[in-house]
Design a protein around this ligand. Sequence first.
Ligand SMILES: C[S@@+](CC[C@H](N)C(=O)[O-])C[C@H]1O[C@@H](n2cnc3c(N)ncnc32)[C@H](O)[C@@H]1O
Length: 183
Amino acid sequence: MSTDLPAFDEVLSRAEGIGGWLTPSQAELLWEQAVAVPAGGLIVEIGSHQGRSTVVLAAARARVVAIDPFVGGAMFGGLATREVFLRNVADAGVADRVQLRQVRSGLLRQAWTSPVDFLYIDGKHDYWTVSDDLRWAAFLPPGGRLAIVCTNDRILKLFTITGLDGVFTIHSTVDDAVAAVQG
Ligand SMILES: C[S@@+](CC[C@H](N)C(=O)[O-])C[C@H]1O[C@@H](n2cnc3c(N)ncnc32)[C@H](O)[C@@H]1O
């Protein structure tokens, strides 16, 4: 780990000023995963919104590809959110490490070829989109890591039926999952 990394508390206080849903424990998990990415490595984030999780990931000095089409509607705010995202990333001093791709994750994946060291899936949370986003795991090398925000019952069932629980442990709450990963 580079010695010039900021302290997690500093990163968290920066992120907490940004609109979004990332909890402090989730932020800590992302931070731990991001600092473990090797020098020159790549993080792919699916679903960036205003950049709350993006600034945590990028503060760890990794390169981050942030994917978000900036969907419309009251919850996500549409294209105006793109401007908020860009401002937040610039204010956090991490703009040089963040590449924004304004596109749906599934569309970008069709042309994607690069290995991904850490994949963070927090885009559209419906069954079809999450199961499609899981295909990004094909770009993880051995030892690559994946974090998903998912509360969809059908996705959890899919994990059970396919035996994916052997690879990804199922936890009943986000807090349980975060606690288990953090040991
Ligand atoms: C829960 S928010 C992300 C929150 C963000 N990670 C944070 O920490 O605040 C979900 C985001 O996913 C985006 N989104 C929706 N469909 C998407 C897709 N197909 N690919 C990528 N992002 C998508 C939405 O525009 C929205 O900004």
